[in-house]
Design a protein around this ligand. Sequence first.
Ligand SMILES: *Cc1c(COP(=O)(O)O)cnc(C)c1O
Length: 387
Amino acid sequence: MTNQQRIFLSPPHMSGNEQKYINQAFETNWIAPLGPNVDSFEQELAEYVGTKGAAAVSSGTAAIHLALELLGVQKGDRVFCSTFTFVASANPILYLGAEPVFIDSEPETWNMSPVALAKAFTDAKKEGKLPKAVIVVNLYGQSAKMDEIVSLCEKYNVPIIEDAAESLGSLYKGKKSGTFGKFGIYSFNGNKIITTSGGGMLVSDDEEALQKARFLATQARDPAPHYQHSQIGYNYRLSNILAGVGRAQLEVLDNRVSARRKIFDRYVTALGSIEGIEFMPELEGTISNRWLSTLLIDPEILSVTPYEMINALAEENIEARPLWKPLHLQPLFKESQLYSHSEDLVTSEDLFKKGLCLPSGSNMQKESQDRVIRVIEQQINRKMLVN
Ligand SMILES: *Cc1c(COP(=O)(O)O)cnc(C)c1O
């Protein structure tokens, strides 16, 4: 073990302006899950991504739950969802007693395969059971193939929920990631590109639906002088203090994107030409926020597995992680169906086997990144010599 300072995967990076908005909340005593910071954060985020509105909630997961609810997803309904993602994308499907059907990734974006999606739609149509919604995830900042996915969903008239928890600030053909579906969701969890420590946002051009989301997120209280409720509600609104943190973070979002892209580029410059290493691609016409720098290691060429690499980094007090384990491989979803991109290979499983995430914080110093690069190079060289 080393006594060097720990390098985290994606730590919070405050701008210094957060305290100003927090102080305003304290001075005006808006210490509640509503108030001026919440309203402003909603407006400012909607303006930034280019939607008509936004509803601030307590987490990205809550935003997905509300989106599904607003689309009328009920017990027994089907929802298509990317398999290569964090469990939060699909947990809300289970909250509603609905049935997830997982869609594999394709190699150019690592995200939802339009080929697999088309197969799933064809089958569902035959069975007379189309999904109520499709949850498309944009992993590590990379947009999915939205043109193809949107046109398939339009063909079957099924609404999209875009899980842009990891892709805030990314662009697909000039339009902000998270704005291609009926609903989009963002997360401000501690590890995301901007953070409120915990929080989320639901965006849409349907302001009536967003108003309904706010209603559901405050226990679905009917208009009446007493407390009157006629449907299930939730306690999902964002605190006015945390919304203040979000406002200051949003001001520096574009800086954070360029910092993360620089980090990615430095990794590629140092390691990209090594045979057996392949970085996450960037689809033509898209700009990724490069939330996490991710790469694939071919153990056959390099004689080192991603797990060995992660352990070697851990010994130097550096945090690295495998890629998301596909949801269809999770015990929680063992009953769920998967539509694969190709007959002979499940792309998401292949990515999971070969991939890892490197430290990518926008506040990571050059010297720290050099430390990460050195450990990777050493590990590869050592293995090559032995073999
Ligand atoms: C972080 C994340 C979420 C959930 O966001 P929370 O704010 O943590 O609830 C959902 N989907 C993906 C892909 C994520 O990375």
